[in-house]
Write a protein that binds this ligand. Structure first.
Ligand SMILES: [Zn+2]
Length: 465
């Protein structure tokens, strides 16, 4: 019998469709066989999974590395190294990063790829954010470079001191028209109405409020639903396809469902944070996200939408922000209005929290969990079947989980640059990766990292689903 690089025996192999009891053989970075453990070829290295689940590495569709407020692209190599290090420890083996800057992208695109290939611990692609008028002229060139996903902040942030030009219906329509002529592409939208948000925020400020619930009240569900509704109409009108990022509310879900029932190609994503946190927790500015954390009823509706298929994608919206920047020197209960929004370090708690709050709480099956956190994300953005699935021929990106391992999330949990705060600090988790395998290499072994930065590769993409 021929020998392969690695075999994993006595596993419960999870796919979107079924759970297969047996083993996986990996060779030259790929999965070469899935069969009964005793039928596997001989492995140079063998991991006995001892009856545990083996999942495809998670594929995070929503990551922000190299934020402009930290210096761009100077911050990009730093973020690539520190944030993907946490991703790898957490079992996320592919990330999709948003390139977002006021400069043109095409002259720097090779550099964005090089930086990742130089520093990343996980495989990656870049989405392009159409934040400025001149980016629209770059779409065709970016498509030629294999970029198939383009994000817009639809209406939101135009009253904020942030380098994103106002993006209204006319701009959205012009972009969708271009994308409708490139069937491999998909438009992504941050859906939040800036006028409602500004009005409500002013009322909260006038009332002297500066707490996490006030942040929630400052962007009520209608602000999300109004924008999702417009995206649905514009998607139908233009013939393009759209993806609503980080849906947070019942109203957002209901609006998505209405367009989906009418056959409009509009799909939805939610965030692990929306599934595990609410604004009613005592987490202060650590819980500030845009759109905001809501309450338990909205959260239940999100889980239901993840189960039913109205929401097909779960991601993190990971942004690396230091504790000092996040708190503005005022501590965890500092001024809500001045704190930058964004979740950190979602990449590393993504998989453990989905196991804890999803699988163990009986909100989602293991197969559906894999589907929404890996398989669907790979399919949607042109990476399937190379990524997101345990199948012959796919990349050998695998996570063996210790389903019953417990831990409290604290500063020692994280391997990202800033371990000292997160929206889940103090939470008990149940379910952790024991082994993370990237491209057939054992990268994390019981918490110990065995690989160097630069192991991650830029991925070429096929057609978006
Ligand atoms: Zn985001």
């Amino acid at each position: 019998m021929t020998t392969v690089d690695l075999t994993i025996t006595d596993a419960k192999i999870v796919t979107e469709a079924e759970i297969i009891e047996g083993g996986v053989a990996c060779d030259d970075g790929r999965i070469v066989a899935i069969e009964a453990s005793e039928e596997l070829p001989e492995g140079e290295r063998v991991i006995d999974a001892a009856g545990e689940y083996v999942l495809p590495g998670f594929v995070d569709p929503h990551v922000h590395l190299g934020r402009r407020d930290l210096g761009f692209p100077e911050q990009l190599p730093i973020d690539f190294e520190t944030e993907t290090r946490g991703a790898l420890h957490g079992g996320v083996t592919t990330i999709m990063n948003f390139i977002e800057h006021g400069d043109p992208y095409l002259p720097h695109w090779d550099r964005f790829i090089e930086i990742g290939e130089d520093r990343s611990y996980v495989d990656f692609v870049h989405h392009a954010v159409i934040s400025h008028e001149h980016h629209i002229g770059e779409i065709k060139g970016l498509i030629d470079r294999g970029v198939i996903s383009f994000k817009m902040f639809f209406n939101m942030y135009k009253y904020h001191d942030i380098d994103i030009e106002p993006c209204e219906v006319d701009r959205v329509l012009r972009v969708l028209e271009i994308l409708s002529n490139a069937p491999e592409t998909i438009a992504m939208f941050h859906c939040e109405n800036a006028e409602i948000q500004r009005l409500m925020e002013q009322r909260m400020r006038d009332a002297g409020r500066s707490d996490l619930v006030a942040w929630r009240e400052a962007s009520p569900p209608i602000a999300e639903a109004i924008q999702v509704d417009q995206v649905g109409r514009l998607t139908k009108f233009s013939g393009a396809r759209s993806y609503a990022v980080h849906i947070s509310s019942t109203e957002g879900v209901d609006t998505l469902a209405r367009y989906q029932a009418a056959g409009v190609p509009l799909v939805g994503e939610t965030l692990v944070t929306f599934l595990v946190n609410t604004a009613d927790e005592d987490i202060g500015v650590w819980g500030k996200v845009s759109p905001p954390l809501r309450d338990e009823q909205h959260q239940q509706r999100l889980w239901e939408a993840v189960r039913s298929g109205v929401i097909e994608h779960v991601g993190t919206d990971h942004i690396a922000t230091s504790k000092e920047v996040r708190e503005g020197g005022e501590g965890k209960y500092g001024n809500m209005w001045d704190a930058p929004p964004g979740i950190q370090p979602g990449l590393e708690f993504f998989l453990p929290m989905m196991l804890t709050e999803g699988y163990h709480e009986g909100r989602i099956t293991m197969s559906r969990l894999v589907e929404v956190c890996a398989t669907n994300n790979a399919k949607r953005f042109g990476l399937y079947p190379r990524k997101g699935v345990i199948a012959e021929g796919s990349d050998a990106d695998l996570v063996i989980v210790d389903t019953d391992a417990t831990m409290t999330i604290d500063d020692d949990f994280f391997h990202t640059r800033e371990p000292r705060w997160s929206s889940v600090h103090g939470r008990e988790i149940k379910g952790l990766p024991s082994h993370v395998i990237l491209g057939g290499e054992i990268a994390i072994h019981h918490g110990e990292r065995l690989v160097e930065p630069g192991i991650g590769k830029y991925l070429t993409r096929g057609q978006a689903k």
